[in-house]
Design a binder for this molecule. Structure first.
Ligand SMILES: Nc1nc2c(ncn2[C@@H]2O[C@H](COP(=O)(O)OP(=O)(O)OP(=O)(O)O)[C@@H](O)[C@H]2O)c(=O)[nH]1
Ligand SMILES: [Mg+2]
Length: 423
């Protein structure tokens, strides 16, 4: 499909189709070259402004596809005065023409990228404006409180009615509670969108690659009885209850003279340093000997789990041995994998919330946190109305970043440049 948006769309329709199709109805038409010979026959749609995705005149030409036909159609549009769109430009225009707000525009991209049913559902909810509505309601509440506070600035302290003061405090508390609820939902939405990167680390041959394959349900990494099989790192993304978990299998950590393996081990350490969590794998065959791979090099505060693999080999006798390991699994039989998946979900920060999640981004979470900081600050300075009013103004402005009321040009550029062309 070729989509054209802007004031020149009518003229382009006339030139390619020989006329402007009836508004919003599918019209079978010949698409013609400049000399009049047909390029293709397809469906043409015309959406007059302002009732279109972008809010401008929009022409859509659905051809049979194929790179040559598409190129000719694009060339005809460009002859007619159009230019090739930048990534996300249609959605950007929709935003600039007030058809949608910024949070909705972002959810278009999230919907396109959604890798699971849950992610798609929550992106659709944001696109429908549910997230924006909650943000707006909060912004209005803050504005209302700010007016109330500002009305008091010019009065001496003793002239403020205590009932009035109590009412302001009640409003502020209610706003804080709403904000906390929204933040919790947004955090979960961000987890659903970004997921968690987890590195599988441990000595050679303990079964890291086998665990990766078992979790991915596919032979992603090579498995052999040879210690030092994995040299480069192997990635696989799995979805656990819709949450993307990006697994990185690494070379077994050991001192080695093999130059290739040594590079692999260095890469493994780099993966560990940038991961969001680590699974430290051991083998039940020589349990309790985590090897000499230098656990002390693990970044402090990195969420980690000790995982004992190959429990099928250890026999029931050793099963109860107090090893301090969180998880006991067998990549061979699949035992313990459910518990491992649950651990991954928990490490990602996922809490089953049921309905009502929004596909939020880090950007949204940060803005909500900023709002919370200012709202909390407003509570500290209740004795000085001018300071309180200023904190409320800042809280309001922070919320405005989400819907795009106060977004700077570079923020917009960053957001829309991540779209694909034609959206
Ligand atoms: N019995 C049994 N064997 C396993 C299990 N997991 C892995 N193995 C075997 O252990 C050997 C090593 O497995 P890998 O998955 O290649 O181990 P690795 O930790 O990735 O090894 P490197 O890449 O060399 O660091 C292979 O022969 C696997 O078949 C398990 O749970 N039970
Ligand atoms: Mg391996």
């Amino acid at each position: 499909m070729v989509r054209v948006s802007g004031a020149g769309a009518r003229a382009i329709a006339e030139s390619i189709l020989g006329g402007v199709p009836a508004p919003r109805s599918a019209t079978l038409a010949d698409f013609r070259a400049a000399a009049g010979e047909p390029i293709d026959r397809g469906i043409a749609l015309f959406f007059p402004a302002p009732h279109s995705y972008t809010g401008e005149d929009v022409l859509e030409l659905q051809a049979h596809g194929g790179p040559f036909v598409m190129q000719q159609l694009l060339a005809r549009c460009v002859e007619g005065g159009a230019r090739i769109a930048e990534p996300g430009e249609f959605t950007r225009r929709a935003f600039l023409n007030d058809r949608i707000d910024l949070a909705q525009a972002e959810s278009v991209a999230d919907l396109i990228d959604a890798a699971s049913v849950e992610a798609a559902r929550s992106a659709a909810r944001s696109l429908a404006g549910e997230f924006s509505r909650r943000v707006h309601a909060l912004a209005e509440g803050i504005l209302d409180l700010r007016m109330h506070v500002e009305a008091c600035i010019d009065f001496p302290e003793e002239e403020i009615d205590p009932a009035d003061r109590a009412e302001m405090e009640r409003k502020r508390r209610a706003l804080s509670a709403d904000l906390d609820a929204l933040l919790a939902h947004a955090r979960q939405g961000a987890v659903l969108r970004e997921g968690l990167t987890v590195v599988l680390a441990g000595a050679p041959n303990v079964g890291k690659s086998s665990i990766l394959n078992r979790l991915a349900g596919d032979e992603v990494a090579i498995v052999t009885p040879v210690a030092g099989t994995t040299r480069d790192y192997v990635r696989a993304t799995i979805a656990v209850e819709g949450v993307p978990i990006h697994l990185i299998d690494t070379a077994g950590l050991r001192e080695t003279d093999d130059p290739v393996e040594r590079i692999g081990v260095e890469r493994a350490w780099r993966a560990i340093e940038t991961a969001g969590a680590a699974l430290l794998i051991e083998s039940a065959v020589d349990e309790g000997a985590p090897g000499d791979f230098g656990l002390s090099r693990l970044p402090e505060g990195l969420p980690r789990a000790r995982v004992v693999n190959k429990i099928d080999l250890a026999g029931p006798a050793s099963g109860g041995r107090a090893s301090g390991a969180e998880l006991r699994v067998s990549a061979k039989t699949g035992e313990g994998m459910e518990a491992l998946r649950s651990w991954l979900l928990k490490a990602a920060g996922w809490e089953p919330h049921g309905e009502g999640l929004f596909m939020a981004r880090e950007r949204h979470v940060r803005a909500l946190e900023e709002t919370r900081t200012h709202l909390a600050q407003a509570a500290v300075v209740t004795q000085a109305f001018d300071l309180m009013a200023e904190e409320l103004r800042l809280a309001h402005a922070a919320l405005g970043q989400i819907t795009g009321e106060v977004a700077a040009d570079d923020v917009l550029a960053a957001i829309f440049s991540r779209f694909c062309i034609g959206k």
